[in-house]
Design a protein around this ligand. Structure first.
Ligand code: RM4
Ligand code: MN
Ligand code: MN
Length: 398
C-alpha cells in the first residue's frame, strides 16, 4: 500500500525535527557483572568514539550529538577537555550532554551526595561542579545526572537524611548553571543498590528537581522502571508540568537490560512518542526534550546496534506522527473506545519505511543506512586498526 501524500508529508516533517543523541560509551567495550566480551572494533578513545558516532550520523542523518561521560571521556576532568569541540567537528558531530560519574571511584562505596561521610559528599560535589564547568567551557546545555546511591539492607541508611543531602547538593549544582543550561535528574528503582535507591522513581526525581531550581528537569530512562509500570503515563504527567527534560532510550525484558531500542517491545516506545506528539498537537507547542540513547552493546556489533537503534527510533517516531489526533480526541470525548484505540493501532501498523526512504533520499542520505554502513568498509578498517589494542584490554569479572 502506498501512503497518501498527506501522510508522507507528516512523516517527512516529523523526521526533520527528530534527533537523537548517541552515548560515547555505547561504542566502547562494556560488560555485564560477569565479564566483558571484547570486540576488536570497539572504541577506546574519545577520538574513536566521535569517529564512530560520526559514521552513524552520516548514514542516518539523525544523531548530530554525542553524550559524554566525564570519567570515561575526560579522565582528568577539566584538564582533559582539550580541543574536544574541534575533535568532534572533525568527525561531523558535536559534543552533547555531560554525564558526571559519581559512582565508580572507591570512595563512593556507600554513596556520593548521600554518603554519611562529609568528605565523600564534598568529593562528589566537586566532581559535579567540575562537570558543570566542563559543560560551560564546551558550550553545552544539558548536565545529565544519575546517582547509584542507595543501600542494600534495611535499617542501614537514614533515608530522610540522605534526601536532604541530595536536595542541598542539587541546589548547589543548580546555582552554577549558566544561561540556558539545564540539569536532568535520572531515577532508577534498583541496581546497584538492592534495598533502597535514593532517587528510586519519577516522583523522587521530580521533587528533587523542583527543589533544585527552575532549570532542573526529570530524565526518563526507559529501562529504569518496574515491569508493567505505565511509562507513557509518567511521560504525560511530566509533560503536563513542564518537567520532562529528556530520555535515555533502550529496551529490556527484565530490568535495566540496556538492549537495543524496540527490540523487545516497540509498541512501548511508540506509546511514549504518541503521548509527546499528542501533547504537542493539543498545546501547539513543541516539547523541549533531549532524546538520548543509553545502551551498552555486549553481543551485537556496537556500530550496527547503534544504527539499528536510530533507525528504529525514526520508524517509531514516524508512526507516532501519523496518529489522527482530531479523530482520537473525538473518540476519547465520546468514549468510543474501539475507535480511539484504533487510531493508535492504525498508525502503529502502518509501514512507514517507504516514507523514511523518501525522506532520506531528499536529504542526500542513504536509503538503507545499515547497508550503506556495511558497504563503506569502515568496520573493516577500525577492526584492523583497533584489534591489537582491544585484545590487550582485560575482560575478567574478578
Ligand atoms: C546507569 C544509568 C546512567 C548511565 C550509567 C552508565 O544505569 O542508566 O544513565 O550513565 O548507567
Ligand atoms: Mn540512563
Ligand atoms: Mn541504566
Amino acid at each position: 500500500m502506498t501512503l497518501s501524500s498527506k501522510t508522507a508529508d507528516m512523516i517527512h516533517r516529523a523526521l526533520d525535527s527528530f534527533q537523537v543523541e548517541l552515548p560515547s560509551w555505547g561504542f566502547a567495550n562494556t560488560g555485564t557483572r560477569f565479564g566483558k566480551f571484547i570486540q576488536p572494533a570497539a572504541a577506546s578513545s574519545i577520538d574513536e568514539k566521535f569517529s564512530d558516532a560520526g559514521q552513524v550520523h552520516k548514514v542516518t542523518g539523525a544523531c548530530p550529538t554525542v553524550a559524554l561521560h566525564v570519567l570515561w571521556d575526560f579522565p582528568d576532568g577539566l584538564k582533559s577537555i582539550g580541543n574536544v569541540n574541534a575533535l568532534a567537528e572533525r568527525h561531523g558531530v558535536r559534543a552533547g550532554s555531560i554525564n558526571p560519574n559519581v559512582f565508580q571511584d572507591q570512595h563512593y562505596k556507600y554513596g556520593s551526595l548521600g554518603n554519611p561521610d562529609a568528605s565523600v559528599r564534598k568529593a562528589a560535589m566537586t566532581h559535579l561542579l567540575d562537570s558543570a564547568e566542563i559543560a560551560t567551557r564546551l558550550g553545552l546545555r544539558d548536565i545529565s545526572l544519575w546517582f547509584a546511591d542507595g543501600s542494600n539492607y534495611p535499617g542501614t541508611a537514614n533515608i530522610r537524611q540522605r534526601r536532604k543531602w541530595f536536595e542541598q547538593g542539587l541546589q548547589e549544582l543548580h546555582g552554577r548553571l549558566q544561561g540556558d543550561q539545564r540539569m536532568l535528574v535520572e531515577y532508577k528503582p534498583f541496581e546497584p543498590a538492592f534495598y533502597h535507591t535514593d532517587i528510586g522513581d519519577w516522583g523522587m526525581a521530580y521533587l528533587l528537581a523542583k527543589s533544585a531550581g527552575p532549570r532542573a528537569r526529570v530524565l526518563v530512562d526507559t529501562g529504569h522502571h518496574y515491569l508493567s509500570q505505565n511509562i507513557e503515563q509518567i511521560v504525560d504527567w511530566l509533560l503536563a508540568d513542564g518537567m520532562l527534560g529528556g530520555f535515555h532510550f533502550n529496551d529490556r525484558r527484565y530490568a535495566d537490560d540496556d538492549l537495543t531500542l524496540g527490540s523487545i517491545d516497540p509498541y512501548q516506545i511508540f506509546r511514549i512518542f504518541h503521548e509527546i506528539r499528542f501533547f504537542e498537537w493539543e498545546t501547539s507547542q513543541r516539547a523541549d526534550i533531549a532524546y538520548m540513547v543509553d545502551q551498552s552493546h555486549n553481543l551485537k556489533g556496537k556500530m550496527e546496534a547503534m544504527i539499528q537503534t536510530v533507525m528504529t527510533a525514526q520508524e517509531l517516531y514516524a508512526k507516532a506522527s501519523i496518529v489522527d489526533h482530531a479523530k482520537l480526541a473525538e473518540g476519547q470525548t465520546k468514549c468510543a473506545l474501539v475507535d480511539a484505540e484504533t487510531c493508535l493501532k492504525d498508525a502503529f501498523s502502518t509501514d512507514v519505511r517507504p516514507a523514511i526512504r523518501d525522506w532520506a533520499r531528499s536529504h542526500g542520505l542513504p536509503e538503507d543506512p545499515m547497508d550503506s554502513f556495511r558497504q563503506s568498509g569502515y568496520l573493516e578498517r577500525i577492526t584492523r586498526e583497533r584489534s591489537q589494542k582491544n585484545a590487550a584490554a582485560g575482560s575478567s569479572y574478578a
